[in-house]
Design a protein around this ligand. Structure first.
Ligand SMILES: [Zn+2]
Length: 302
């Protein structure tokens, strides 16, 4: 199979050279589960004699236009009746491909009843049916399902692979520092890194950058506005991300304010562990601002 679209994950790519009738793709948010599910599906419906998927055969063209009827998407939050209906054609030959694929994404939400309906099909699968399930963790699925599927676990990509990926021209508008920070914040999962860069979901990068700059500029009001987290999880996640962000910013070789950045980073790092235990979010929003701004202003004087 042509796996050039997948970054890193060499062991997983080798698995794709064999054919299976059922896959579980597991990985965190932004790890590329959907991309991989679609690649496997396209590879299975492609009718090229050469390397699959070819991207050119009638079946691939339909896939790329989102209208290949040999690929069925089943929502994971479906009920038993609809699940039965959705897979009622598994013993019917595919329309124009050798295989028919059923993709069920986000199986973390798939009910036990629906899994049991699925199980019957996985136990006696016809040659021409392929099931592709995605989830954040295979543990969310019944052992009986897991044992009938090959599990593909998406791993974070190496820094150099991520850098190569972000060297594509569509990312030219971002600075090397921004890209590196996004890679670090996303812990090597490219989908998440793209979200951080493009601010599509939560704008973590922008938030960390704004908070750091507010502290460096002595803009208390701005820092307080950012540090107004509602839940402990939000606060913890921000402090962790801030710690990674500031490390990346220091590595990027910023010449200005080096000492103050260092003091800021020390303050943030000491907070990472402390906020894991403390539950009073309102109080710790204030502590976060005071410690960070305090460290920066002390360093200025020294
Ligand atoms: Zn093709």
């Amino acid at each position: 199979m042509d796996t050039s679209r997948i970054v890193g994950n060499e062991a997983l790519k080798r698995e794709l050279n064999r054919n299976f009738h059922a896959y579980i793709i597991e990985g965190p948010h932004g790890s590329g589960k959907t991309t991989l599910a679609k690649l496997i599906a396209q590879g299975n419906v492609c009718i090229s004699e050469g390397v699959r998927p070819c991207g050119k055969c009638p079946s691939c063209v339909k896939f790329l236009a989102d209208c290949n009827i040999d690929i069925k998407y089943i929502p994971a939050d479906t009920d038993v009746k609809n699940m039965r209906a959705a897979i009622s054609d598994i013993y019917v030959r595919p329309n124009e491909s050798e295989k028919r694929c059923y993709i069920i994404e986000d199986c973390d939400d798939l009910s036990v009843q629906c899994q049991n309906v699925l199980l019957k099909s996985l136990e006696e699968p016809p040659q021409f049916s392929v099931f592709i399930l995605t989830c954040t963790s295979k543990e969310k699925l019944l052992e009986t399902i897991r044992s009938r599927c090959v599990v593909l676990t998406l791993a974070p990509v190496r820094n150099e692979d991520a850098e190569k990926f972000f060297a594509q021209s569509r990312f030219d508008k971002y600075s090397p520092q921004q890209k590196q920070a996004a890679i670090n914040l996303s812990e090597g999962f490219l989908g998440k890194a793209i979200e951080v860069l493009e601010g599509a979901s939560y704008g973590v990068y922008n938030l960390c950058e704004s908070f750091t700059n507010a502290c460096l500029d002595g803009a208390v009001g701005e820092a307080v506005k950012i540090a107004s987290f509602k839940t402990r999880e939000e606060l913890q996640s921000f402090v962790r991300n801030l710690s990674v962000y500031i490390a990346a910013r220091m590595r990027s070789g910023e010449k200005k304010d080096v000492h103050r950045l260092f003091a800021f980073s020390e303050a943030v790092n000491s907070l990472v562990k402390q906020v894991e235990f403390n539950v009073n979010v309102k109080l710790w929003n204030v502590v976060l601002v005071m410690r960070c701004m305090g460290a920066v202003s002390l360093s200025k004087r020294g």
